[in-house]
Design a protein around this ligand. Structure first.
Ligand code: TIU
Length: 228
């Protein structure tokens, strides 16, 4: 397929669906549902639900168009050997990483809370990246996976905008990927941080990426299918 043009800010971006990945960041129960990591930090987890529908729409469109889909999950080994003490000890959460909660141990791999929400459950042939940090490249094989598929453009969505989405876009940009945040498919516990986080990406002529939205992504892929 020829390159497509996605409406975005600060400028439209051309992308080849065969060289593009939809990267869905950390749409896990631990961040989105009560009783998980997000709530232990004192956040209103309900604010993140607004990203679910747009993520699901982008996911459906990517699957239909054969765009590579990558899901990430933040979390740690059960023995917490990969959890930096500075991360575990930080702040005054109601429960720390590894403590038992209503969805199992907080932010620990294999627990119910660590799983991706049912609405966005990965299919068997989709890549799931387990990440110990905020960025999806840190201490993972994401870069190898992308290189093996010749991926050049990352459409990034998920939670939270200014933490794991931002860190991943910054990491991807420094590695040479063109990174696009799908604005409505991202969310934050702090709506103002969401807004400003997106502004930061596209400021200075797109200092580390582009900002578009789920409808633009869906419609661009749908238009290409109709034209084919
Ligand atoms: N707390 C918060 O806003 N985010 C995280 O801890 N991780 C992710 O963003 N996934």
């Amino acid at each position: 397929m020829d390159d497509l043009t996605l409406p975005a800010e600060p400028s439209a971006i051309r992308f080849d669906p065969a060289r593009t990945a939809l990267v869905i960041i950390d749409m896990q129960r631990d961040f989105i549902e009560p009783g998980g990591f997000g709530e232990t930090l004192g956040n209103d987890v309900g604010l993140l639900r607004r990203a679910i529908g747009p993520c699901a729409a982008a996911l459906k469109a990517a699957r239909a168009a054969g765009v590579m889909v990558i899901h990430t999950r933040e979390g740690h080994r059960p023995d917490l050997s990969d959890a930096p003490p500075a991360k575990v000890a930080r702040g005054a959460p109601s429960k720390r990483i590894g403590d038992p909660g209503p969805m199992g141990r907080i932010l620990v791999r294999g627990e119910v809370g660590h799983g991706i929400i049912a609405e966005l459950a990965p299919l068997g042939d989709e890549t799931v990246i387990d990440k110990p940090g905020k960025g999806a490249f840190h201490q993972t094989d994401l870069e190898q996976v992308l290189r093996n598929r010749g991926v050049e453009v990352l459409m990034v969505c998920g939670v939270t905008t200014e933490v794991c989405v931002h860190t991943t876009i910054r990491e991807g940009n420094d590695r040479g990927y063109k990174c696009v945040a799908l604005a409505d498919a991202c969310a934050s516990y702090f709506p103002e941080f969401h807004r400003v986080g997106l502004e930061m990406i596209k400021a200075q002529s797109g200092i580390f990426g582009w900002v578009s939205d789920s409808a633009a992504f869906v419609e661009t892929l749908a238009a290409a299918r109709q034209a084919a």
